[in-house]
Design a binder for this molecule. Structure first.
Ligand SMILES: Cc1ncc(COP(=O)(O)OP(=O)(O)O)c(N)n1
Ligand SMILES: Cc1nc(C(=O)O)sc1CCOP(=O)(O)O
Ligand SMILES: [Mg+2]
Length: 204
């Protein structure tokens, strides 16, 4: 599946509670979100599989892929398009073997060492972050700033998406640093109007 990383939404069910997760995703996609990751640290596997199936149905025909954060079993059982793993999650090799060659597999990167150790041939993209400190991830690594982001992006041969504390105002600097797009949670989830929140990223 071909994909576009330009505006990558990582979901947070708690933040989206008022508007609802599906409604938030649908509105955000109308506003320009090009890629969706279902991330839920608290749901049971069963609930996450059902949520993923609902989101996959909601995204049908949009060309926007759905990947699952962390949980390989959820990705396999929900018919999602792929999986995003971090350095301490399921190994990329295991994910690729289980999901097959067509799945979209992403890996989080915070250092040049991690980038050099990444199994590039088995990956479709990397997440580079955090650019800034963020409340959306408790255990985040040391922030890179735009300079650190640019160093990683320059050394990266895969498509990349920057993540961590990013707002619409940062779009130009992220692209100038060499990443292919921005991944966000709080800039869209929990915003009063997810459609307008997503649209703000496209403005010059
Ligand atoms: C696009 C993207 N990049 C990085 C991450 C972080 O993954 P990870 O380090 O595994 O942390 P958790 O999200 O699992 O808390 C991501 N989810 N998405
Ligand atoms: C899920 C996640 N991963 C990160 C990383 O650095 O790997 S930062 C992050 C949270 C991003 O949320 P917000 O857009 O609200 O800052
Ligand atoms: Mg993870």
């Amino acid at each position: 599946m071909r994909f576009d990383l330009s505006l990558y939404l990582v979901t947070d069910a708690q933040l989206c509670k008022a508007a609802g997760l599906e409604r938030t995703v649908i509105e955000a996609v109308k506003g320009g979100v090009s890629f969706v990751q279902l991330r839920d640290k608290h749901a049971s596997d069963t609930d996450m599989i059902e949520q993923a199936k609902r989101l996959k149905a909601a995204l049908a025909g949009s060309g926007v892929p759905l990947v699952i954060n962390d949980r390989l079993n959820v990705a396999l059982q929900s018919g999602a398009d792929g999986l995003h793993v971090g350095q301490s999650d399921t190994a990329v090799q295991e994910a690729r073997t289980a999901m097959g060659p067509e799945a979209i597999i992403g890996l989080s990167i915070n250092t040049l060492e991690q980038l050099h150790a990444a199994p590039v041939a088995l990956l479709d993209y990397v997440g580079l972050g955090p650019v800034f400190a963020t409340q959306s991830k408790q255990d985040h690594a040391k922030p890179l700033g735009f300079e650190g982001l640019a160093q990683l992006a320059a050394a990266c041969t895969l498509p990349s998406v920057a993540i961590g504390g990013l707002k619409a105002d940062h779009a130009q600097q992220v692209v100038a640093a060499g990443a292919n797009g921005l991944a966000v949670i709080s800039a869209i989830c929990g915003q009063p109007d997810p459609y307008q929140a997503a649209r703000a990223f496209a403005r010059p």
